[in-house]
Design a protein around this ligand. Structure first.
Ligand code: CUA
Length: 347
């Protein structure tokens, strides 16, 4: 909608605001944290409840405002009227109506809400349920597939049509696991294991974000969710289970030596090169880099995985992600190129 040139600036501002507001309300997947574009059984339940509550709210609004207008127009005392005001103290039918209608509305909201809550954490799971352990760290996400032996960071892969049972762990502070289109939101609390169970059904790439303030880089604690067809997921599992690439020469081979000699290996696992016991997995450590090159993002999923960004990250992690535990290594330009070449070769 265009305002004519003769209209005052304020009109144009209002029209522009309304257009932006209308665009913002429209469910479109181009908004990365859209809660109105469900892609799993539980987010579809949440969406249906949202629609139901909104419709009920609109009906209530129309009835209440209508009754108010009616009262003003019909029953208000007019100038010159000699009629005395109503002195009726109670009306049994009205009392019954305005007690029972809100009660019925509340029941209509509570029943599907309780059903959705139980759906996210059932007492029993399907036999072929895929368990996934989510470990929240300041400021990145670790994903374990205990039955598959796969481990990854900041990029979660799940197949469609299969029950996924997430167990949420934190070893530092309270975080919140939020993947609006796939799994809703649940807090990740130290000393407590929260759960979410879901079945994703629309393949695609979705965004996730920590939604509980957890320190300097809380906003940089993001992740991606790749919902894949079962065949694509199997392929991904196979590639993740493969041993890491061993460079035979060139800059990548030199980079492998830098990785092993520099402090990198103290915190990061590359299977067969460096690693930790299962127990240590849940304590302080950095992401598993065995297949780092196969990921699309890095550093809490805030940057695309390109050689330039990897170098930018390693050169000064604290600048990219304030408060990050990763130290500055002080590598020369040549060493940096070699280390980046090695990391990117780990497909
Ligand atoms: Cu983790 Cu905010």
């Amino acid at each position: 909608m265009m305002a004519r040139s003769g209209q005052p600036a304020v009109t144009r501002v209002i029209f522009t605001g309304l257009a932006l507001f209308a665009a913002g309300c429209k469910p479109q997947t181009k908004y990365p944290l859209d809660t109105l574009a469900p892609a799993s059984n539980i987010t579809r339940s949440f969406y249906n409840i949202f629609v139901e509550v909104t419709v009920l709210d609109i009906i209530v609004l129309i009835v209440v405002v209508g009754a108010l207008l009616l009262a003003i127009a019909v029953f208000s005392t007019r100038t010159g009227s000699t009629r005395p005001p109503s002195v009726k103290h109670s009306d049994l039918y009205l009392e019954i109506a305005w007690t029972s209608i809100p009660m019925l509305i509340l029941i209509a909201i509570v029943v599907p809400t309780l059903r959705a809550i139980l759906q996210t954490q059932p007492y029993a799971w399907a036999k072929d349920t895929l368990p996934v352990e989510v470990i929240a760290h300041q400021w990145w996400w670790e994903f374990h597939y205990p039955t598959l032996g796969v481990e990854t960071a900041d990029e979660l892969h799940i197949p469609t049509g299969k029950t996924i049972h997430f167990e949420l762990f934190s070893k530092d502070v309270i975080h919140s696991f939020f993947m609006p289109q796939v799994g809703g939101k649940r807090d990740v609390i130290p000393g407590q294991v929260n759960q979410i169970t879901l079945v994703a059904d629309v393949p695609g790439e979705y965004y996730g974000q920590c939604t509980e303030f957890c320190g300097d880089s809380h906003a940089n604690m993001r992740f991606r969710v790749f919902v894949q067809t079962p065949a694509e997921f199997q392929q991904w599992v196979k590639s993740q289970l493969a041993p890491p690439v061993k460079p035979s020469g060139g800059p990548a081979a030199a980079g492998a030596k830098i990785f092993a000699d520099a402090p990198c290996a103290i915190c990061h696992t590359i299977r067969g090169v460096s690693g930790f016991s299962k127990e240590y997995t849940y304590g302080f450590r950095g992401p598993d880099l065995t297949h780092f090159g196969s990921r699309t993002t890095l550093a809490g999923s805030i940057m695309d995985n390109t050689p330039q960004n990897v170098a930018l990250w390693i050169r000064n992690p604290d600048e990219v992600k304030p408060g990050a535990n990763m130290p500055t290594l002080g590598l020369s330009g040549g060493e940096m190129n070699e280390l980046v070449a090695y990391l990117e070769s780990l497909k």
